[in-house]
Design a protein around this ligand. Structure first.
Ligand code: HEM
Length: 400
């Protein structure tokens, strides 16, 4: 048996968060399991190993936290999610309620409304005559605007205070990493943001017919308890906004930097969903998530000891050459299905179809109006311990 590869690079250091690819290559080369000495954690990065580990919820639990902190041994310093950080049987009822609400039916209900919203937003940004050029920031003018508008309305949130949505989940997703300077930078506002979110998980703050109101109605029917309802609503605040913002930014960045793929998409707009999933594979807006070993769990020839934290590298798995041909290529001819950008197994993203619908609406609206796209200046990253995010992507568009 070979010895377990040890890597001393900090996966949450500025260098890796800025450019994760050299660590990803090192992990993929190392084998199915490696030890990361910077945080005394294990790492799983190869596609097959990530897939198997995410499926093995009995061996790799979420209930001790999906961040670096181990709530089996540490007193929780933050509120655990009753959805993403719960194991069966506690996970079952909240998950069922969300799966019912966010399934195909809600997409059919929302499609026409979100298409109209996307056309309106894109029309405002692309204010020009055919043949003219328009400059805009794909992050601040589009990606950051659409989810708070579309999902915020669907959730049944009042307009006022929606500016808290992105800072709240930015902090939360940073808090899954170590308490580094990114967490420290968000800490002064964490309490007021959390208070705002908790107030808006209350029934009285949400419209009755929105997704939030329907979660409360599910509690009335006994599908979850009334005590669980605010936690289930909160899971949408935590997971339903920033993730999609940076996935939309990723697909915009991919299309702006691959003009031949943009031309292809314009010729065949039904590729919008493929483009989005391929961008989620290629860029993996959610890069990593933790699990905790329950008992000694074998991975390849090695063992993760009971209670150890294991970091799942979704981004590396989505670029593992053992699974993907030319993984670093953003390619609309590829079938990206099977990527783990939305996770896999019991906790696989329950909102993925809403995210796909948002993307389809925006990409379709853009494709109707924009002939060519190019970068007007280099994009700027926004660093986050969990997300591969963008601060800005300046774009120049020639209108059709
Ligand atoms: C879970 C990614 C959009 C709600 C997850 C997980 C990932 C993920 C990787 C699994 C976490 C784990 O296994 O520990 C993404 C990405 C999105 C996105 C990349 C956008 C492209 C959304 C949206 C919603 C949402 C729009 C809701 C409106 C959730 C919830 C969970 C989850 C509630 C927890 C599910 C469970 O534990 O059973 N997401 N997500 N997500 N996501 Fe998403």
């Amino acid at each position: 048996m070979t010895s377990l590869p040890v890597i001393d690079i900090d996966p949450f250091g500025t260098e890796v968060l800025t450019d994760p690819y050299s660590l990803e290559h090192a992990l993929l080369d190392a084998g199915p399991l490696a030890y990361l000495s910077a945080h005394d954690i294990y790492a799983v990065a190869r596609y097959d190993a990530v897939y198997a580990a995410l499926r093995n919820w009995q061996g790799f639990q979420s209930g001790a936290g999906v961040g670096l902190s181990n709530f089996r041994t540490e007193k929780p310093w933050r509120q655990l999610s009753i959805v993403v950080e719960a194991d069966p049987p506690h996970h079952d009822a909240p998950r069922r309620v969300l799966a019912n609400l966010l399934g195909p039916r809600v997409q059919r209900r929302l499609r026409a409304e979100w298409m109209a919203k996307a056309h309106k937003m894109v029309g405002k940004v692309l204010d020009g005559t055919p043949g003219s050029t328009v400059e805009f920031d794909a992050v601040t003018a589009i990606a950051e605007k659409f989810p708070p508008r579309a999902v915020g309305d669907a959730l049944g949130l009042p307009e006022e205070g929606r500016e808290n949505l992105l800072p709240f989940s930015d902090f939360l997703l940073n808090a899954f990493g170590p308490r580094n300077e990114l967490v420290a930078a968000g800490a002064p506002h964490a309490k007021s943001l959390t208070t705002w979110v908790m107030e808006h998980c209350r029934r009285e703050a949400l419209s009755e017919d929105g997704l939030g109101g329907q979660i409360w109605a599910a509690a009335d029917r006994g599908e979850i308890t009334h005590e669980q309802a605010p936690g289930v609503v909160r899971s949408l605040f935590a997971a339903g906004f920033n993730t999609t913002v940076h996935a939309l930014a990723a697909v915009m960045h991919a299309l702006v930097t691959h003009p031949e793929q943009w031309a292809r998409l314009r010729a065949e707009p039904s590729l919008a969903r493929i483009a989005f999933d391929e961008a989620v594979r290629w860029a993996s807006p959610v890069q990593t998530f933790f699990r905790t070993a329950v008992g000694d769990v074998g991975v390849g020839d090695h063992v993760v000891p009971d209670g150890a934290k294991v970091l799942m590298f979704l981004g590396a798995a989505n670029r593992d050459p053992r699974r993907w041909t030319d993984p670093e290529k953003f390619d609309l001819s590829r079938d990206p299905s099977g990527h783990v950008g939305f996770g896999f197994g019991l906790h696989q993203c329950v909102g993925q179809n809403l995210a796909r619908l948002e993307a389809e609406c925006l990409i379709t609206a853009l494709a109707e109006r924009v002939e060519t796209l190019e970068l007007a200046a280099p994009g700027e990253r926004r660093l986050n311990n969990t997300l591969r995010a963008w601060h800005s992507i300046p774009v120049r568009a020639r209108l059709a």
